[in-house]
Design a protein around this ligand. Sequence first.
Ligand SMILES: Nc1ncnc2c1ncn2[C@@H]1O[C@H](COP(=O)(O)OP(=O)(O)OP(=O)(O)O)[C@@H](O)[C@H]1O
Ligand SMILES: [Mg+2]
Length: 346
Amino acid sequence: MLPKVNPVLPENILFGQSTAMKEIRHAAGKISQTSLPVLLSGEGGTGKEAVARWLHANSTYKSGEFIKVNCAAIPGALLESELFGYERGAFTGANAAKPGRVESAHGGTLFLDEIADLDLQLQSKLLHFLQDGTFSRIGDTSERRVDTRVICASNKDLRAEIEAGRFRQDLYYRIQVFRLELPPLRDRREDIPNLAEYFRAQFAKQFGMNSSDFPPGMLEYLKNLSWPGNVRELSNGMARYVLIGPEAAMHTESSGSRKSGRRTARSEGQAPVTLKRVAKDAIRELEKNVILETLHANHWNRRKTAQALKISYRALIYKIRDAGLATRRETLRSAQEHQAQQAVAD
Ligand SMILES: Nc1ncnc2c1ncn2[C@@H]1O[C@H](COP(=O)(O)OP(=O)(O)OP(=O)(O)O)[C@@H](O)[C@H]1O
Ligand SMILES: [Mg+2]
């Protein structure tokens, strides 16, 4: 089993050195000392949950629990009982009373992730709770009071959701007393080297592997990628870098040494391994993943993908061929595998 990692990241890594993140750090410091609701917005993988955990760890609610509820992952009817709990007999199968996550968050932080996916009926119930701190379990008439810090996160544009009639405007104003908009990684490129170093060291430790310094040019290369998956993508990339290095060194196919769990510098009859080659393989792998993710994000439209990656269409076609992503079917399959890997890594 992997060692347990502290979910609260070191401050210098979480906030970094970029102006954008320094401003976030400054605001977060002040916000953490209040009990008012916070809305964290930003693209996927920009660190909304990471910041929510930091806010909790630095608040007066830190002795309580950090309770996370993913509103998109639980269907509406179930979500209400998950959030607010129920009394015995409230519905078929409710054989015993059960407190909800809101109650578990008493004295701590309630983190409502993907808040845009909360249905309108639950939005009303949440609004009521945010107005006076009270709510009722399903099947109960009495009101309960809970003192918790509520942090919401969304990577959807909530204003557009309001326009579309899917999100209550009054709830929006309640949850965004403070709003932190986390910048995409491509807008704070100066933080990439420190993040990459941090993740490389962390994964080397976590996987119990040696990982030497990055080869020259690698950090500069990483700084120039577009990172559509933001910090999560960089983190996953570094996990692969740590793992692929030794695998590339073995020229992969030889399964014998893999089974024994020990990795040798090279296998019989194969070319000697050079750091340059390991780096080249790792870079190709990273590049391939970025291309795959961007293709996926752009519904496999290669022109749009080239634009998003800020390279020419011809360069993209060359890279797709070079990465061995010749057919769309193959590309789709690798994308699915990649997504599955990501799901495991997260
Ligand atoms: N600023 C950061 N510093 C270090 N690691 C970070 C930072 N931001 C994100 N990460 C790491 O990247 C991964 C994704 O971060 P997180 O889950 O906080 O993103 P998110 O914005 O909630 O994404 P999503 O919208 O997809 O849920 C996590 O492993 C997290 O530790
Ligand atoms: Mg998240």
